[in-house]
Design a protein around this ligand. Structure first.
Ligand SMILES: C[S@@+](CC[C@H](N)C(=O)[O-])C[C@H]1O[C@@H](n2cnc3c(N)ncnc32)[C@H](O)[C@@H]1O
Length: 272
């Protein structure tokens, strides 16, 4: 298979930027090339640059475009990543329970805004099941990539992704795989039923979503330039309840964005 020419690299990364808002730099050239080579080969195209040319001219199917976007996104995630957020969530859910959802708060709603394969959303679900039990609560998980949204719905994971999950939560909320599923865990049905996954591109108008008590928007803003990052956060905080909080990743400060957000703890912002 041919290697990716500088023109093709620019063409495909410009296309990806227009769709996802993510700018892939020269440092990602080898990764882009290897991920596209596999797709090109699978589609029967032996020349990678011809494959890219067809892609940017819109001569390939919509499904192939979705596959390219899927391949170029970074989906790294695991259960209970950045644990301080889950501790804060547990406190908020506990306070919600103590007041019986008073002040019209009602159902406790959480959004995992770049949910990848679902580990973040199910970690939230374990905390809410623990703190709120059978009271009304729901989690929404959204992501750009159709592949990860499909796998999130299944709730089946290699055991090592749960290395930071407590034994108590593993016992109460996960099933240990046996036979052909050895080394994997399945999120229990009762928890899966509380988490709704769908595709959503943060760069575009959002689908119909309720107002949330807590929004996780972690380890995704890092990929955007300042103006895209601002536009995304502005759109996302429209979905926060009054007094609700937004958690970006700990490496993703929102301080310079000049938005009505008040930092109340490291990587925790309240709609001001
Ligand atoms: C590194 S993962 C972060 C997963 C999880 N939030 C965490 O912190 O572990 C980043 C996710 O952002 C998604 N993503 C990238 N661009 C996006 C966009 N424009 N709209 C929605 N999701 C996007 C990717 O598909 C990927 O699953």
């Amino acid at each position: 298979m041919s290697s990716l020419s500088p023109q093709s690299f620019t063409a495909i990364t410009d296309l990806f930027h227009r769709i996802s808002g993510i700018r892939l730099t020269e440092a990602k050239r080898a990764l882009v090339q290897s991920r596209l080579q596999k797709l090109a080969a699978d589609s029967g195209e032996s020349d990678l640059n011809v494959f890219v040319q067809k892609m940017v001219r819109g001569q390939l199917s919509e499904d192939m475009l979705v596959s390219v976007v899927d391949k170029l996104t970074t989906n790294e995630t695991y259960f209970f990543r950045e644990p301080a957020h889950f501790e804060d969530l547990a406190r908020r859910a506990g306070a919600h329970r103590a007041t019986g959802g008073a002040g019209g708060a009602g159902e406790f709603l959480v959004w995992s805004g770049a949910s990848s394969s679902g580990e973040e959303a199910y970690s939230i679900a374990m905390v809410l099941a623990d703190k709120l039990g059978t009271a009304p609560w729901t989690i929404h998980g959204t992501d750009l990539s159709t592949t990860v949204v499909d796998s999130a719905r299944q709730g089946l994971y290699p055991m090592e992704r749960a290395r930071d999950t407590s034994k108590d939560y593993l016992r109460r909320f996960c099933l240990r795989g046996e036979g052909p599923y050895e080394g994997q865990l399945l999120i229990m049905k009762e928890l899966r039923a509380r988490v709704k996954f769908q595709c959503a591109n943060l760069m575009q108008p959002l689908p119909a979503l309720p107002l949330f008590d807590v929004i996780f928007l972690r380890n995704v803003l890092i990929y955007f330039d300042a103006s895209a990052k601002r536009a995304i956060v502005e759109r996302v905080i429209e979905r926060l309840k009054p007094g609700g909080v937004l958690y970006p990743g700990h490496a993703e400060s929102l301080a310079a964005l000049d938005l009505p957000l008040k930092a109340i703890a490291p990587a925790i912002y309240q709609h001001a």
